[in-house]
Design a protein around this ligand. Structure first.
Ligand code: SF4
Length: 77
């Protein structure tokens, strides 16, 4: 069965969120609250942060629920 994930994009990257593996740590919302909200996890608004900060925050996600790829070349970290 395919796991449902959600996608969010800005002009540089596409961010995916997998609710099935998110541990609800709240780390993303605590550390970059203008982009990630924990009132609705995740409410991701990529327009509220710069791409570099968003990528750094995604790389700190402890569960790997947040992933991204750059739009010009596919790269998932
Ligand atoms: S940092 Fe990762 S595991 Fe924690 S709430 Fe955000 S998406 Fe979920």
């Amino acid at each position: 069965m395919e796991i449902a994930s959600k996608e969010f994009s800005n002009q540089d990257i596409t961010v995916t969120y997998d609710p099935c593996i998110c541990t609800l740590s709240g780390k993303c919302a605590k550390e970059l609250s203008n982009v990630f909200s924990n009132t609705v996890i995740p409410w991701i608004n990529l327009d509220e942060g710069n791409t570099e900060d968003i990528i750094k925050q995604i790389q700190k996600c402890p569960s790997g629920a947040l992933q991204f790829h750059k739009k010009n070349k596919k790269q998932v970290i």
